[in-house]
Design a protein around this ligand. Structure first.
Ligand code: AP5
Ligand code: MG
Length: 214
């Protein structure tokens, strides 16, 4: 199964990806996590990407498409994967289709998480993040077992640099302008499953499972 998790910043893509890893054995390919790892490594790409991420704009298509191209060719992706945060505009979506078509593959399902902007802002404001794994928590809505620590590793949780209020607004605009056209793109292909992303994480996960079973 090859799926795409589509939704605005804070919609719960990363949160729900953890459930899908556990129950479906899918590999999570988050371009945001890949870029943050590049920033942390101090590489040239990472240095360029940091300024763009912190502004809330999109990193160049060339860089993220390169990451995805390399990643989906790895053996652990042979049985399927879920893309989290990619594609993010029509250029990326068309390029992904081309890459898959050349291997006689296609996307089986695009799960769109629908959440209103006010809820997104509240979710992002309280988010705490485990950088190494990409796991996210919320101080109120989804707290870790021990305050400030990752459940699996016990390592400290941090706030993401791009979760500042001004940047969040810009990220939401970027989503509405550049990413939301993908809803129509995948709708026309007949692979879109739009899920109500309001409610508890468990409620939303049940809806995702229903959408995947359709
Ligand atoms: P990326 O890392 O992809 O961030 P994003 O899309 O903005 O999404 P988030 O990770 O912020 O949200 P999420 O949907 O994963 O929500 P989460 O589960 O954490 O991208 C970051 C940047 O990298 C981009 O701005 C761009 O610059 C660059 N980039 C990445 N990919 C790119 C690409 N393809 N092309 C170009 N540039 C790219 O949940 C959020 C919070 O809500 C958490 O605190 C969580 O605990 C809480 N929560 C989750 N579910 C619920 C619920 N049901 N109720 C209440 N709270 C909840
Ligand atoms: Mg995420």
């Amino acid at each position: 199964m090859r799926i795409i998790l589509l939704g605005p910043p804070g919609a719960g893509k990363g949160t729900q990806a953890q459930n899908l890893i556990r129950d479906y054995g899918l590999v999570q390919l988050s371009t945001g996590d890949m870029l943050r790892a590049a920033v942390k490594s101090g590489s040239e790409i990472g240095k360029q990407a940091k300024a763009v991420i912190d502004s809330g704009a999109l990193v160049s298509d060339e860089i993220v498409i390169g990451y995805v191209r390399n990643r989906i060719a790895q053996p652990d992706c042979a049985n399927g994967y879920m893309l989290d945060g990619f594609p993010r505009n029509l250029t990326q979506a068309k390029k992904l289709d081309e890459m898959l078509a050349s291997q006689n593959e296609q996307i089986d399902k695009v799960v769109e998480l629908c959440v209103n902007d006010a809820a997104l802002v509240a979710r992002i404001a309280g988010r705490r993040f485990h950088m190494a794994s990409g796991r996210s928590y919320h101080i109120e809505f989804n707290p870790p077992k021990i305050e400030g620590k990752d459940d699996e590793t016990g390592e400290p949780l941090v706030q993401r640099e791009d979760d500042k209020e001004d940047t969040v607004e810009f990220r939401l605009n970027t989503y509405h302008e550049q990413t939301s056209p993908l809803v129509e793109y995948y709708g026309e292909k007949g692979v879109l499953g739009s899920v109500d992303g309001m409610g508890t994480p468990d409620e939303i996960y049940s809806r995702i499972k229903e959408a995947l079973a359709e």
